[in-house]
Design a protein around this ligand. Structure first.
Ligand code: PMP
Ligand code: GLN
Length: 382
């Protein structure tokens, strides 16, 4: 049998998260690489999943677009938190995590020959899904500026060509922890309107905010009809293994995404869809509490790293902090598990540009685990 000389994903290898988590296990390291919490989500949400399985809800294929209760809960969530209106039947689609939503949006909304604009550093599935869709991407670099990461509006304008079809935006942003401001979103919105572009927004960290306010791009004037809003339950409810995500968009866009999604997985996560309804209906206090807990974990890690002499920015959101090592961060991260028993992610993998100075540490770990990592880091050279 002959294989095509180059496969679409040949350049991608194994995802860094699988690689570094396997290395953490093999070396007995504290894993501050892959972003997943080491504590369970709220008991009522977990119990709701158990009850759904016991009661036979979701054990067989759920409806293609997602169970009606979850689509309604997502629509209610968007109205309650942001004043956005979505019709639960025509404008909400449940997916297998945000990952599937992103893949289906890219596959459904682009054609070969199109271009997609992304901000680097970017979550690793973006470039891979863009390649799967057979399209090209151009990246605009986020750079540290006055304590947070931002972009140059001229660079964004220059990245848009006559072939550009969509912009893929992640706010709050992994790995930098930046929350895009209204002014930054307005720059994106103005360009999207001027060039008639779709914007796909990945908002999975929408509730993990410490400083600043999450503004969905779709709430900016003129953007509701051209924005695809994506989020998921994994981060908000500390259930990254459940893979329940969703897409909200006007019917003409959602239709294209649903067309792809039905042949990727058709459906997924049946009983967990019921449990996420419980999660989305939790009182506001739950959402404040998880952000508070993560804020103190952020401060523990960031203060600890700064105390060890690292150049580290305090992220506004998410569960990641970036240290600037100046150079050779990838080699440093690869040596770290053996040298110190700690795993971090080399941010180089999130860039198209040749930028190898940053390492990303996750702080969604118990305080004693973060303290142990800091203790271990005392013995390494920076
Ligand atoms: N987008 C970003 C920016 C992420 O960090 C993650 C983390 N897993 C995802 C998407 C994927 O979300 P999910 O686990 O819901 O597929
Ligand atoms: N979103 C998480 C991170 O950035 C995990 C991603 C994954 O394992 N695919 O670390």
């Amino acid at each position: 049998m002959t294989l095509a000389r180059t496969g679409r994903l040949d350049a991608f290898g194994t995802t860094i998260f699988a690689e570094m988590s396997a290395l953490a296990v093999a070396t007995g390291s504290v894993n501050l690489g892959q972003g997943f919490p080491d504590t369970d989500g709220p008991a009522e949400v977990l119990e709701s999943a158990v009850a759904a399985i016991r009661d036979g809800r979701g054990n067989q294929y759920p409806p293609g677009p997602g169970i009606p209760e979850l689509r309604q809960a997502v629509a209610d969530h968007q109205r309650h938190w942001y004043g956005m209106e979505f019709d639960a039947d025509a404008e909400v689609l449940v997916t297998v995590g945000a990952t599937e939503a992103i893949a289906a949006a890219l596959l459904g909304l682009t054609e070969p020959g199109d271009e997609v604009v992304v901000f680097e550093p970017y979550y690793d599935s973006y470039a891979a899904c863009i390649a799967l869709a057979g399209v090209q991407h151009r990246s605009v670099t986020l750079r540290p500026d006055a304590g947070r990461w931002s972009f140059d509006p001229d660079e964004l304008a220059a990245a848009i060509t006559s072939r550009t079809r969509l912009i893929l935006l992640n706010t709050p942003h992994n790995p930098t922890g930046t929350v895009f401001t209204r002014a930054e979103l307005q720059v994106v919105a103005d360009l999207a309107v001027e060039h008639d572009l779709i914007v796909v927004t990945d908002e999975v960290y929408e509730h993990l905010i410490f400083d600043g306010e999450h503004i969905p791009l779709a709430t900016i004037a003129g953007m509701a009809d051209r924005t695809v809003t994506i989020s998921s339950a994994g981060k908000t409810f500390s259930v990254t293994g459940w893979k329940v995500g969703w897409v909200c968009a006007r019917p003409r866009l959602l239709h294209r995404i649903r067309q792809v999604k039905q042949f990727l997985t058709y459906v997924g996560s049946g009983p967990f869809q019921y449990a996420v309804v419980t999660g989305l209906q939790l009182p506001r206090q739950y959402f404040a509490d998880i952000a508070d807990r993560l804020r103190s974990q952020r401060d523990l890690l960031v203060d600890g790293l700064a105390g060890l002499g690292y150049d580290v920015l305090r992220p506004q959101a998410t569960y990641f902090a970036t240290v600037d090592l100046g150079r050779d961060a990838e080699a440093w991260c690869r040596a770290l598990p053996v040298q110190a028993g700690v795993v971090a992610i080399p941010s180089k993998v999130f860039y198209d540009s040749d930028i190898d100075r940053y390492a990303r540490f996750a702080f969604c770990k118990r305080p004693d685990v973060l303290a142990e990592a800091l203790l271990r880091l005392e013995k390494v050279a920076r």
